[in-house]
Design a protein around this ligand. Structure first.
Ligand code: ZN
Length: 86
């Protein structure tokens, strides 16, 4: 049995679904050593809509002033935080 490729947990397919299923999302920076930030999914749902999908998304660093890194999203649908991309 070959190692199954890591598939996307169905509970992560939209912001609304993550809220319903209690999935939490955090961002970590790939460059600076800033602590993670908990993502307010309710706020994203209100501004982007409940169908909005964070999968594969990244933003410029909002954790440290002047940092040129990228903030990447992680979900805990499997009970621990995993990157939100394949
Ligand atoms: Zn940073």
């Amino acid at each position: 049995m070959p190692f199954a490729s890591v598939s996307r947990p169905p509970s992560t397919t939209s912001v609304g679904r993550m809220i319903r299923e209690g999935v939490r999302v955090r961002v970590w920076c790939d460059t600076c050593d800033a602590a993670f930030r908990e993502v307010d999914l309710q706020l994203i749902a209100e501004t982007m809509g409940t169908d909005f999908d964070l999968w594969g998304k990244a933003t410029h660093c909002r954790l440290t002033e002047g940092c040129r890194g990228r903030n990447r999203f992680y979900h805990n649908a499997r009970g621990y935080f995993c990157r939100m991309r394949h």
